[in-house]
Design a protein around this ligand. Structure first.
Ligand SMILES: Nc1ncnc2c1ncn2[C@@H]1O[C@H](COP(=O)(O)OP(=O)(O)O)[C@@H](O)[C@H]1O
Ligand SMILES: [Mg+2]
Length: 450
């Protein structure tokens, strides 16, 4: 199959009906695979992986490969470059990690042979953990490099010698500058979920990193969405790549049911509380557009006696780690986050995603709701929408190629007088990623509440 465009494998008809227009199906295989009834997916040991790796996969509890794994693993094993897209939560990490580990063989000094670039610290930590689990029966070593923590332990890990480095760009550049790390032995470079990084202007750093890698290498790009910027990257970083796109027709996971809740701006928080009270949820991820917005909503939810974690870029690394760990362990039932949490983070059992603020772009919508319904679990995604945001809704619907049902919460008093407004409520001037930092359409300055 190398060299061929594998095309659109995910176009199965979705059963409509149920609670919403998309995602009403209870057929898990739709969400997790395009396999038709009667066609048995291949088990992992048929994909050409060594038994040490297949054993680790079994230890992780995976039965059979997901479609992206089934298609990408053989291609990566051949050593070819690859641009692969598949819905979020469909197992892209293993799709590159397993064949990469296979190609590495045993531990080797002195310099790393694989570099995986990740857009956020949390994602880097998650992918590092996956690599360590998948390589547990090999002698391979990984090093995790990201900002927000001290340099010492990371410098030591690099010094000791790692086969695989998983890194965010900023800290990696620091270590490259101080020559704590060389890339001249690199055999494989992975750009994982970095599409947003590319439009955030990291493209120059990525170029710099690529220029330090040997010309003879394998380069892999994995993401839920293939942004136009990738064509520029393909020109300088990839050589004659194979392209795999799973489920291109529908970038969103079919095991998620979507709903829009129209509401006036002044009643948003009341509606959120009412939704939480009425919904039978296991754990909920709430997205806001701004860091201060996240703090405010979290504070008010705490006042309403919810157990709440907060995750955004202004918090210290220790706070971010504690928030995510507590949310994963179930210590907090709610996590309020900016789009920093929207990329690839895998928390088992997120039953609901609530977009308190409508996402900036349809792409962000896809990434945010990808936090629920992962690995074929069922999840729900609610979006609160004010009348002024109708055109954003249409853009999202166009992007996901489905209409999202608009619902009213029964028993909620939509005509209630909004409570006295709080400073900065609903403002959008401080955006959670720099891409839109110069958006001046929303002039209200936000103030941190005392
Ligand atoms: N073949 C598989 N069988 C069962 N679970 C899997 C399989 N592949 C991946 N998973 C699980 O699915 C979840 C999402 O995987 P991840 O690689 O983070 O997805 P993506 O990168 O596509 O968003 C993880 O919890 C992962 O362990
Ligand atoms: Mg991923």
């Amino acid at each position: 199959m190398p060299g061929s465009e594998t095309g659109d494998a995910g176009q199965d008809e979705v059963h409509l009906g149920g609670r919403s227009v998309i995602g009403g199906s209870a057929d898990f295989s739709l969400a997790f695979g395009p396999f038709h009834r009667g066609i048995r997916p291949m088990p992992f040991n048929k994909l050409g992986l060594y038994s040490s790796i297949v054993r680790a996969v079994a230890a992780k509890g995976y039965g059979e490969p997901t479609p992206i794994q089934e298609q990408a693993i053989p291609v990566v094993l051949t050593g070819r470059d690859l641009i692969a897209s598949a819905q979020t939560g469909t197992g892209k990490t293993a799709a590159f990690a397993l064949p990469i580990l296979n190609r590495l063989g045993g531990h080797k000094l002195p310099a790393p042979r694989v570099l995986v670039l990740e857009p956020t610290r949390e994602l880097a930590a998650q992918v590092d953990e996956a690599f360590r689990e998948f390589s547990q029966f090999t002698g391979l070593r990984t090093a995790l490099i990201h900002g927000g923590v001290g340099y010492g332990a990371q410098r030591n890990a690099l010094h000791k010698g790692s086969d695989i480095v998983i890194a965010t760009v900023g800290r990696l550049m620091d270590f490259l500058h101080e020559r704590a790390l060389r890339l001249d032995q690199l055999e494989c470079l992975v750009l994982d979920e970095v599409d947003r990084m590319l439009d955030m202007g990291f493209i120059n750093d990525v170029k710099k990193i690529v220029s330090l890698c040997p010309k003879q290498r394998q380069t892999l790009f994995f993401s839920a969405t293939v942004p136009p910027e990738i064509e520029a990257v393909a020109r300088f970083a990839l050589h004659d790549p194979v392209r795999i796109a799973i489920g291109r027709a529908r970038p969103v996971n079919e095991s998620v049911t979507h709903a829009i809740y129209p509401v006036s701006p002044g009643l948003k928080f009341q509606l959120l509380l009412a939704l939480l009270a009425k919904t039978d949820f296991h754990s909920v991820l709430i997205f806001t557009r701004t860091k201060h917005g996240a703090d405010r909503i979290a504070h008010r939810l705490k006042e309403a006696r919810h157990s709440v974690a907060v995750l955004h870029g202004n918090r210290s690394q220790a706070q971010r780690t504690a928030a995510l760990a507590g949310f994963k362990e179930g210590k907090y039932e709610v996590m309020v986050a900016t789009d920093i949490a929207a990329r690839g983070i895998d928390v088992a059992g997120v039953s609901h995603v609530i977009n308190y603020d409508i996402p900036m772009t349809p792409d962000d919508y896809v990434h945010r709701i990808g936090r629920t319904g992962r690995a074929a679990a069922i999840g729900d995604a609610f979006t609160l929408v004010t009348p002024a945001e109708a055109s954003e809704v249409r853009q999202i619907e166009r992007f996901i190629k489905a209409s999202i049902p608009q619902l009213k919460l029964e028993g909620f008093d939509y005509r209630a007088t909004p409570p006295p407004s709080r400073a900065g409520e609903g403002d959008r001037s401080e955006l959670s990623h720099p891409l839109h930092a110069n958006d001046r359409n929303h002039p209200h300055p936000s103030r941190r509440r005392a």
